[in-house]
Write a protein that binds this ligand. Structure first.
Ligand SMILES: Cc1cc2nc3c(=O)[nH]c(=O)nc-3n(C[C@H](O)[C@H](O)[C@H](O)COP(=O)(O)O)c2cc1C
Length: 164
C-alpha cells in the first residue's frame, strides 16, 4: 500500500519515531513516504496515513491539528493510524499512564484510526528555549530519551500486517 507517515515535531523525537515507523512499514512491503506535517500536501494520493505528533501543553502540534481539520473528509476514506509522543508515557504512575492514554484519544477523536498509541518521547533541556524548559521543569520532567524502540517497532509491524 502507498502510505504517508507524517509528523509534527518541535524538538525531533517524534520525527525519529516517524522515521523508524516508516522503516518498519517499508520492511513489511509498503511504499512509504515520510514528511513533516507542514509538507504533507494532498492526502488523497495515499491509501494509508500514519500521523505522529508531539504533545505540547496537553495538545497536539498545531500543524497536526490543522491538517486533521483541513483534510478530515479525505482522511475519513482511508486507513489511518496515529501516535502521540509525550513525557507522561515515560512515567509509571497510574495518573501519568491515564494522561498518556488521553493523548492517543486526542487523535482518535479527530480521525478514525485502526491503531492509536502514546509513546514516551525525549526531553533535552539544552535544546529548548527558556519557556519550554521552564514548563518541563514545572512538570518535574526528567531529562532523557525515553523512546522504547522495541515497543514502537512492534506497533509499526502490526500496522504493516494489518494494512497488507
Ligand atoms: C512546551 C512543551 C510542553 C509540553 N507539554 C507536555 C504535556 O502537556 N504532557 C506531556 O506528557 N509532555 C509534554 N511535553 C513533552 C513532549 O511531549 C516530549 O518532550 C516530546 O518528546 C516532544 O516531541 P518532539 O521532540 O518531537 O518535539 C511538553 C514539551 C514541551 C517542549
Amino acid at each position: 500500500m502507498k502510505i504517508l507517515v507524517t509528523y509534527g515535531s518541535k524538538y525531533g523525537s517524534t520525527r525519529g519515531i516517524a522515521e523508524r515507523v516508516a522503516e518498519r512499514l517499508r520492511a513489511g512491503g509498503h511504499d512509504v513516504t515520510t514528511t513533516d506535517v507542514r509538507q504533507a500536501g494532498d492526502l488523497s494520493d495515499y491509501g494509508g496515513v500514519v500521523l505522529g505528533s508531539g504533545i505540547y501543553a496537553g495538545g497536539l502540534h498545531r500543524d497536526m491539528t490543522k491538517l486533521l481539520t483541513q483534510q478530515h473528509d479525505v482522511l475519513a476514506g482511508k486507513k489511518a493510524a496515529a501516535f502521540a509522543v509525550c513525557l507522561a508515557a515515560a512515567q509509571n504512575t497510574p495518573e501519568q499512564k491515564a494522561e498518556a492514554e488521553k493523548y492517543a484519544q486526542l487523535f482518535a477523536a479527530l480521525v478514525n484510526c485502526t491503531h492509536a498509541a502514546s509513546f514516551a518521547g525525549a526531553h533535552d533541556p539544552q535544546a529548548m528555549w527558556f519557556l519550554a524548559r521552564w514548563i518541563l521543569k514545572a512538570m518535574k520532567a526528567e531529562p532523557g530519551d525515553f523512546r522504547d524502540w522495541p515497543v514502537i517497532e512492534a506497533w509499526a509491524d502490526e500496522i504493516a500486517s494489518a494494512w497488507a
